[in-house]
Write a protein that binds this ligand. Sequence first.
Ligand SMILES: [Zn+2]
Length: 216
Amino acid sequence: MQELPLQLVTQMIADRRTIHKRPELGWTEFETTYFIAKRLEKLQIEFQLGGDFLDRASVHGRDEQEVQTAIQRALEHGVPKTFIKKTQGYTGVAGIFDTGRPGPTIAIRADIDAVPVQESQDEAHESVMGGYCSEIPMVMHSCGHDAHTAILLAVAEWIVENQDNLCGKFKFVFQPSEEGVRGGLAVANGGFLDDADVLLCFHIGTKCKLGEVGIC
Ligand SMILES: [Zn+2]
């Protein structure tokens, strides 16, 4: 088993902390979507944004007022207006990378939304000590989707770097609004995954020890 390069691990930790600082509730993940899109662009991975790959008729639990408030916050935090326009008001990113060699289409999915929880401000709290505590009151990545997003970005980078040893196509789904089981149907019915031979999903948890992976 090849070890991950240290640079990729370091970046994954930094990405997770950046995302942790700016948590966004389901259907309002505009800053997170921008962060992901910028990285995929840098990796030269083709991608679509929520407005293009989600089936809007299958979008549930999306509050237009919450969306507008989030767009405003994203604009104030440096997300360009042109980018917001490209999302058409729908968050999430779907990337595709073709190795150019025949083989299966492997899709990997991570969720990107946070939950309505106030993060502890205790000075002994890990993210307070590390300087990456949530900046958004009453919103926190307490379900770990910040880690999922960072992991999938690292996987995408690893695939690009190791493309000469790989075959087939890879699809990367950064799914909005997992909480409340709201976003999955819109992704599924949007058709982006229809040609996938395999769909891999994952969630971090506390039942495995460091270095272990549980499969179900
Ligand atoms: Zn979760």
